[in-house]
Design a binder for this molecule. Structure first.
Ligand SMILES: N[C@@H](CCC(=O)N[C@@H](CS)C(=O)NCC(=O)O)C(=O)O
Length: 204
């Protein structure tokens, strides 16, 4: 398989997940800043024009980082999982991944794309600059909501470190680079962030 990698938090989620899961990820780099991901031949791999994607040995291409990570979890060495060992655990992980993705990451990323990232994104996607401040506020509101819910838990799903933590950590880190830092009042989120940052895989 071949991982189409680039700068940016989405590819980093997959790299960190693969490192935690013990999966070797042969990769090639795409020039995101130069717009290579928005041109053929990359569009033939991932018609969404976004990074990253994973080409499998039979030529099929997987995109969307949560789908890629689920695949890696299934093909990784036995004895560990970042999704879950039972139907209930897997469902719990997916519930939190979806909440974090839709309620925190999407508004955070679009808040950036429609303001600080406008210059890069206005020629790539429909941008709504007047929505940027509200989107950023939405992401922060949901982070505060999450902070209350994870009180007393080392990870989003309790004692299990999962894809939800990897996803959340990488985008919290990204938020710090795009003027959407963690609200220090969200002490449980800060603690989770520090816990994840200490992992060797955080530098993947
Ligand atoms: N929902 C997508 C999001 C992918 C995404 O937004 N990737 C960013 C990189 S972090 C990207 O390709 N940005 C450049 C662009 O859209 O041209 C996923 O899960 O893979």
């Amino acid at each position: 398989m071949l991982f189409y990698d680039s700068v940016g938090p989405n590819p980093r989620v997959v790299r960190m997940f693969a490192a935690e899961r013990g999966v070797d990820l042969p990769s090639t780099k795409i020039d995101l800043r130069g717009g290579e991901n928005r041109q053929t031949p990359y569009l033939a791999k991932n018609p969404a024009g976004q990074m990253p994607c994973l080409e499998l040995d039979d030529g099929m291409v997987l995109a969307e980082i949560t789908a890629i990570c689920e695949y890696l979890d299934e093909i990784g060495p036995a004895g560990k999982t970042l999704i879950g060992s039972t139907a209930q655990e897997r469902a719990e992980t997916r519930m939190w991944v979806r909440r974090i993705d839709l309620n925190i990451i999407e508004p955070m990323a679009n808040g950036f794309r429609f303001s600080e990232g406008l210059k890069m994104f206005q020629s790539r996607i429909r941008v709504i600059p007047q929505a940027a401040d509200d989107l950023k506020a939405l992401a922060q509101e949901k982070l505060t909501w999450l902070d209350g819910l994870i009180a007393g838990r080392p990870f989003v799903c309790g004692n299990r470190m999962t894809l939800a933590d990897v996803l959340l950590f990488v985008f919290l880190d990204f938020g710090g680079n795009i003027a959407q830092p963690i609200n220090p009042a969200n002490k449980n989120i800060v603690a989770l962030y520090e816990r994840m940052k200490a992992l060797p895989s955080a530098s993947a």
